[in-house]
Write a protein that binds this ligand. Structure first.
Ligand SMILES: Nc1nc2c(ncn2[C@@H]2O[C@H](COP(=O)(O)OP(=O)(O)OP(=O)(O)O)[C@@H](O)[C@H]2O)c(=O)[nH]1
Length: 271
């Protein structure tokens, strides 16, 4: 399994207790806010640029936080590692700590796991996020986002004014590490039917085995491929995601394109 280095700092971790599902290596990629040590750009105060799964996860997270502010008891009921809120989101102690530690600059820690069969483009997807100024957006990005219309995910814009410190776990890590994850992307390739069949397996591992409640997005990758190579239709992807209660997106990391699909069941938690 390939592991890409697309961040500024890489922390290799050896878990102290065995994972429920043993994974050979466990690498974590970290972008350290508040300043890019390479280009000295400030951290982004907006979500990532459009069309990528991470933006949707951040928007969801923003909505969940908003709910918790309206209902403070949800905050009190949140325990560090294994309780879940009624909104389907879970806050870890890490998140609280990072929030308070970074109160001055409003940086929230947000851990994202990208799961999926080998070769579906997980690393490419994550790397694209980085290269697309996900972590270090500009004022121009902000303007661009604010004029977008008819995009449901933008409803929580004000919540996204908080800055995020993002960690992307790109190693199919399921188990102990999932407790630290605030959002999951399950990816499959439109040109690989086997990878499509594996989506449900990953979903069940997350939901069933670990009883973990996190926002999950099903992402179909490589949408730029010509139609003769497509083995999974957009409709099938949408149907699966809807059945699992997840948002659905079809994206091309190569072309940085995509669209938001349906995800009605998942959204009901907030409406
Ligand atoms: N056409 C096209 N190819 C892609 C896209 N994303 C990834 N690929 C290609 O798919 C192959 C696998 O991409 P990776 O990002 O290494 O896939 P992975 O899921 O991380 O693979 P593992 O590390 O084995 O788990 C590479 O050859 C990529 O160039 C895309 O959006 N479009």
């Amino acid at each position: 399994m390939a592991t890409s280095i697309y961040s500024l700092n890489k922390i290799d971790e050896t878990p102290t207790t065995p994972l429920a599902v043993p994974i050979p290596s466990c690498s974590r990629f970290v972008i350290r806010s508040p300043q890019c040590p390479a280009c000295y750009a400030p951290p982004s105060s907006v979500s990532p640029i459009q069309n990528l799964a991470l933006e949707t996860l951040l928007a969801y997270w923003g909505e969940a936080r908003e709910k918790k502010e309206q209902f403070p008891e949800l905050k009190r009921n949140t325990s560090p590692t294994n309780s879940s809120s009624s909104s389907g989101f879970e806050e870890s102690e890490d998140l609280h700590n990072s929030s308070s530690q970074n109160e001055d600059c409003c940086i929230q820690k947000f851990n994202i796991a990208i799961l999926g069969a080998s070769g579906v483009g997980k690393s490419r997807l994550a790397r694209t996020q980085y290269l697309n100024r996900l972590f270090f957006g500009t004022i121009e990005d902000n303007k661009e986002l604010s004029i977008r219309e008819n995009d449901d995910s933008r409803r929580s814009d004000p919540e996204l004014q908080a800055k995020f410190m993002i960690e992307i776990l790109d190693n199919n890590i399921i188990g102990q590490d999932l407790n630290e994850v605030h959002g999951v992307i399950i990816a499959y390739s439109i040109s690989d039917y086997e990878s499509f069949l594996e989506v449900e397996k990953f979903f069940k591992e997350i939901k069933g085995v670990y009883q973990k409640e996190v926002p999950i997005i099903v992402v179909a990758t490589k949408s730029d491929l010509e139609s003769s190579k497509r083995m999974v239709s957009t409709k099938d992807g949408e149907i699966l995601a809807n059945r699992l209660g997840c948002l659905f997106m079809e994206v091309s990391a190569k072309k940085n394109k995509g669209f938001y699909g349906i995800g009605a069941a998942h959204r009901k938690e907030y409406d």
